[in-house]
Design a protein around this ligand. Structure first.
Ligand code: CA
Length: 494
């Protein structure tokens, strides 16, 4: 016998597939951060011919911090700062987590007190989807493409190193965007899976499933949740992007051609110029893809009826130069590398608008906990500042006058203070103010080179004026850089 139900009852039943009832009204958190998305890749800024309708709309609904930076613009250091609220020298993750760094114990400390640990203790469910990159690979190495060279990148994260994230769909570092790999919550180390789907699209699917809490199995529906979605694109390899997003730029040929003549782009006969020409369209397409997937997550929050009670953040771990300034990626003090998006939305609580606060990565932790009502639970180890007051409309606050810049070279590193090891390569310290970027670079021979850019008159950072402005350098070192180094216990200049 076929049972036929009236449409109204069917609708009622289908609406009950996903239930969002909750025991308390504490806010959820959804934190989305693609990898390697420089600030200028936000369409609403009008700086690059990039198509980002969802980010543009989100920017109108939220607070846009127009001067947010990645203080140590490379993957693992950003991620450790984000989770610990400590600067790189303090949390120990001074460079990327690889097998080489692992020999010096450079990975997220098990005893670090992360914001996710606190939310877990406060009764939140926590989900992590996408790239983690905070564990150093060890033997026998995970057999995958990012572990075939001398430097190994990818590693599983054991449950006791997940810092409160009880739902897990993640990997360490894996750069095959069209066939990404993941470990799920209960998967042992040798049990990862490959997926034939573009990473951000698949991760948005998984985020949507988490928000829907399909079959009530992904989280406790009575608890609030915090979900991190860490997408890999627009990270290289840039050609690994669905064609549909590339086609959207076919009509933008002239605008893209004009970008080839940007003064920071090297001559096209130069390898950096060639690199830029080869990759820029695909990178723009990747951002459009990320935008679309971010839009799907936002739409799911709306459909679930929880968008008003969910704090949503969109940011990135760092940018990249893509051949500008003779640099192919990040780990440098150019705006393309350091300057990142930061947009936060919480309807009714966070004032929409724009603010030029000199916001730093360690500020994210105390500010989020502050907003969520846990400011008394922020541990003293946190070095960032709680900007809750500013976010909720109080503009008259003490504002930082600079942001710290810190780098050790990509895969190699100078060991942090107290760690025994070789001084292997260049390292840099500096500050970024509203006007200036200062960078002091120390090479393997210990020689120092100083860079100073006046971004008010040289926004593209084409002219190093340190030689003719020794007074400004001296003042920035004394009033900005040294206090930062002191605050973070960094003896680099001594
Ligand atoms: Ca990265």
């Amino acid at each position: 016998m076929k049972l036929t139900l009236p449409a109204s009852i069917l609708a009622l039943l289908s609406s009950q597939v996903f239930t969002y009832d909750r025991a308390d009204d504490r806010p959820n958190l959804v934190f989305v951060f693609p990898d390697q998305m420089r600030s200028s890749l936000q369409g609403f800024l009008g700086e690059e011919p990039v198509i980002t309708p969802n980010i543009d709309r989100f920017a109108n609904e939220g607070l846009v911090l127009t001067q947010a930076v990645s203080n140590a613009p490379v993957s693992s250091p950003y991620r450790a700062m984000l989770l610990t609220g400590m600067y790189a020298i303090s949390n120990g993750v001074v460079t990327n987590c690889t097998n080489k760094a692992g020999e010096y114990g450079i990975e997220l400390k098990e005893n670090a007190r992360c914001w996710s640990d606190i939310l877990h203790e406060k009764g939140y469910n926590l989900g992590y989807i996408g790239k983690w990159h905070l564990d150093a690979p060890h033997e026998p190495y995970i057999p995958c493409s990012n572990n075939t060279g001398d430097i190994k990148w990818n590693e599983w994260t054991p449950p006791d190193r997940r810092h409160g994230f009880d739902y897990w769909y993640s990997y360490g570092t894996y750069d095959q965007h069209l066939k990404p790999m993941y470990w799920s919550t209960n998967a042992p180390r040798d049990s990862f899976r490959y997926v034939n789907q573009w990473g951000p699209e698949h991760e948005a699917d998984m985020a949507i499933r988490y928000i829907r809490n399909e079959q009530g199995k992904l989280r406790d529906k009575k608890k609030p949740f915090a979900l991190v979605v860490s997408m890999n694109p627009p990270h290289m390899p840039y050609e690994q992007v669905p064609e549909k997003y590339v086609r959207m730029y076919d009509s933008k040929g002239a605008e893209i051609e004009a970008m080839f003549h940007h003064p920071a782009v090297a001559d096209t006969s130069n390898r950096w110029g060639k690199y830029y020409r080869k990759n820029i369209k695909n990178q723009l397409a990747m951002v459009t893809g990320v935008d679309e997937q971010f839009g799907r997550i936002l739409e799911e929050l709306r459909k679930a009826g929880i968008d008003k009670n969910t704090i949503v953040v969109f940011t990135s771990d760092h940018g990249d130069c893509l051949g500008k300034h003779g640099m192919i990626s990040k780990s440098n003090p150019y705006e393309e590398s350091m300057h990142v998006p930061f947009i936060i939305r919480w309807p009714g609580t966070i004032e929409p608008g724009r603010d030029s606060l000199l916001f730093s990565v360690p500020d994210i932790y105390p500010t989020l906990l502050g907003l969520m009502g846990f400011e008394h639970d922020i541990p003293y180890t946190v070095e960032g500042t709680n900007f809750k007051k500013l976010f909720t409309g109080e503009k008259d606050i003490n504002r930082p006058t600079s942001q710290l810049y810190f780098i050790t070279d990509g895969q190699l590193f100078s060991p942090p203070a107290g760690v025994k090891g070789d001084i292997l390569t260049t390292s840099e310290r500096g500050v970024r103010t509203n006007r200036y970027t200062l960078c002091i670079r120390r090479g393997p021979d210990n020689n120092k080179t100083t860079y100073l850019w006046d971004r008010w008159i040289d926004p593209m950072q084409l002219h190093n004026i340190s030689n003719t402005n020794a007074g400004i350098v001296k003042e920035l070192v004394a009033k900005e850089l040294l206090p930062w180094l002191k605050k973070t216990g960094d003896g680099w200049l001594e």
